[in-house]
Design a protein around this ligand. Structure first.
Ligand SMILES: [Zn+2]
Length: 186
């Protein structure tokens, strides 16, 4: 019999993995849809709360820290929800957007794979498997139509998001035409 504690101990904890944004949801984000001032004030609060440290690996950098939008995807209901915001460092951000890293910063690709492996405490071969799997999930999610939403808790915490909800919370049609043209999974 496996006790709950034993099961928890053997289950690996993945701290950092790619979070590829499905193609119909590209540019659907607080960053893109809020006014510059509104997003800056949200970012300042997230930065202050985290005391400037990356929520994933703990790195502290004066410049380049990212206010990361954590989206949850419910495939069965086709709902993508902006669930939380957290401060992360550029290295962790490059892992989340590994497709973009590969395409736009090819020289950063291998260091990014090594960073993912180091943070999770597993070999780079496993990191590469995670990337492959992330692309498979991305392809499946990109062929889906999504409705976007913001978690109510987040709207209460950041009224600026509630103001922009009309711009963020909408049905998003698939975008096969764009994918066919670019052919780039990110
Ligand atoms: Zn980090």
């Amino acid at each position: 019999m496996v006790r709950r504690t034993d099961r928890n101990r053997t289950k690996p904890v993945i701290r950092l993995a790619p979070e590829l944004v499905p193609e119909p949801l590209w540019h659907i984000s607080g960053y893109h849809l809020l006014t510059r001032g509104a997003w800056k004030s949200i970012r300042a609060r997230v930065l202050a709360k985290s005391k400037g440290a990356c929520a994933i690996c703990g790195a502290v950098q004066e410049k380049g820290m990212v206010c990361h939008e954590v989206w949850h995807y419910q495939g069965s209901k086709r709902i993508a929800t902006l669930a939380s915001l957290r401060l992360i460092c550029p290295d962790c951000n490059r892992v989340h957007h590994i497709g973009m890293t590969q395409l736009l910063m090819p020289e950063r690709y291998e260091p990014t794979i090594r960073h993912m492996a180091r943070v999770n405490g597993f070999p780079t071969a496993i990191a590469r498997e995670f990337v492959e799997r992330a692309f498979e999930v991305w392809r499946r999610r990109s062929a889906t139509q999504w409705r976007t939403a913001i978690a109510p808790r987040l709207k209460r915490r950041f009224p600026q998001l509630a103001v922009a909800a009309g711009r963020i919370e909408k049905p998003r049609a698939g975008a096969r035409r764009v994918r066919a043209r670019s052919g780039q999974p990110w």
